[in-house]
Design a protein around this ligand. Sequence first.
Ligand SMILES: Cc1cc2nc3c(=O)[nH]c(=O)nc-3n(C[C@H](O)[C@H](O)[C@H](O)COP(=O)(O)O)c2cc1C
Length: 249
Amino acid sequence: MYKTGRNFWERTKYRYLESTEQKKGREKPPLELEYPKDSIIIDLPKPEDLKIASFDLREAIEKRTSIRKYSEEQLSLEELSYALWCTQGIKEVVPGVTTFRTVPSAGACHAFETYVLVNKVEEIEPGLYRFLAIKHALLGIKFGDDLADKLTEACLGQKFVKTGALAFFWVAVRERMTWRYGERGYRYLLLDAGHICQNLYLSGLSLGCGTCAIAAFEDDDLNSVLDLDGQDEFVVYGASLGKRRNPLE
Ligand SMILES: Cc1cc2nc3c(=O)[nH]c(=O)nc-3n(C[C@H](O)[C@H](O)[C@H](O)COP(=O)(O)O)c2cc1C
């Protein structure tokens, strides 16, 4: 029983690890995916200019819960910027070497790219975007009336994908992690993703929002809607975010 899981756990122990690409002296993968220079780019309000009110950490931890029904209210661009900053925002770039972000990452590999389905955000056309963390901007990826439906379907029909103001999909760019850790890097991708999503849960409270994690999805369908090959780039985790129907007392 559970042969695949047991095998994965066994074979990713340090003692089996092969020489990594890093040890073989191979060049480090780029810190971020490239994009065509003529793409649609939306600059987001800068993290240092955000006027989001502070929220007590203890209260956030105590009140955190998964919320799947939201109000119709839109998020502002500032609130979107804040949610992206809390989950993947960059505090320091060491060019060609690494980034330091608001979340931890094994070996500071930061292998994730954030894809975000925008359903209800002021000043932004609904559609699929990718967060350009270094530039703190959004890159337009895909638009179309059926996009939210397709993503909902790929998430086993979970309606909050399209009823939330936003749905985040955290996509692993495998080589950014396996370059340093080989097969064991797959474990670290899963661990890194947890930190990211938890920051969304907690920061959502300061935006008057509710969050629900999403890991129930058909991998192949979801990767295909996001135009990912499923081998070198694939969705690990997701979450929806929307304004609460009932404000916090
Ligand atoms: C790894 C993970 C995956 C999850 N995937 C889903 C999901 O696909 N759909 C969903 O409705 N809730 C999902 N959840 C939320 C859990 O159902 C929720 O955390 C759990 O019921 C406990 O409730 P609480 O978050 O309100 O404490 C997920 C949570 C985690 C940690």
